[in-house]
Write a protein that binds this ligand. Sequence first.
Ligand SMILES: [Zn+2]
Length: 190
Amino acid sequence: MTELDPLLQSFLYIIGGEIAIEVGKELLNSVDEDITDEDITENIKERIKGQKDFEPNDEEILKLNTVRKTLYKLYSEKLAQFRRIRDKSTGWFIYFWWHEFDLIEEILLEKKNLLRQKLRDRLEYERENYFFACEECDDNNIKYPFSEAFELNFRCPECGGKLVAQENQDIKEFLKEKIVQNKKIKLSID
Ligand SMILES: [Zn+2]
C-alpha cells in the first residue's frame, strides 16, 4: 500500500481528523479503479479490523455517512473529485471518487499567501491607526480608533472615564514576527 506524504497526511488530519487520513489512503491506492464511497468504507473497515489502538472510536469511522462527509470535505478543499452516474435499477446516484493530491502544493501555497496578506493588512491597520481605551474600565478590552474616540469626546461610553491612547507596539511586533514565520514555511513534497 502506498503511504501518504507526511505533509499531505497532516493537511488531511487538519481537514477531517483520523478518518480523512484513512480516506486519503484509499483514494491514493485506488487510482486505477472506479471506487465508490461504499467501497472506500468497506476497504477501511477491512483494513483496520483487529487494530485495537485505532483512534478515534471505530464505530464513527466505520459509518458510510462519515466517509461521505469526509469525501465532501476533501472535495471542498479541492483535494478530491467525483463523477456520478444513476443506477438504472435503483434510480440512486452512484459516486465515483478520485484524489487530486497533486494539487496540494498549490492549495497550501494559496492558503499561505492568503494568511500572509491578512497579516499584512492587519499590520498596516495597526500602523495607520491610533487606538484609545478607557483608563478606568480595567477588564474592558474595547479599543476605539481615533475617529471614534474623537466622536466620543475621548470619554468612555461605559463609565465616562477618560479614553487614553494605547501603545500597539507589541501587536505590531507580534504581527511582524508572524509574517516572517509565514515566509519561512516550506511547502515542498518529495
Ligand atoms: Zn470606562
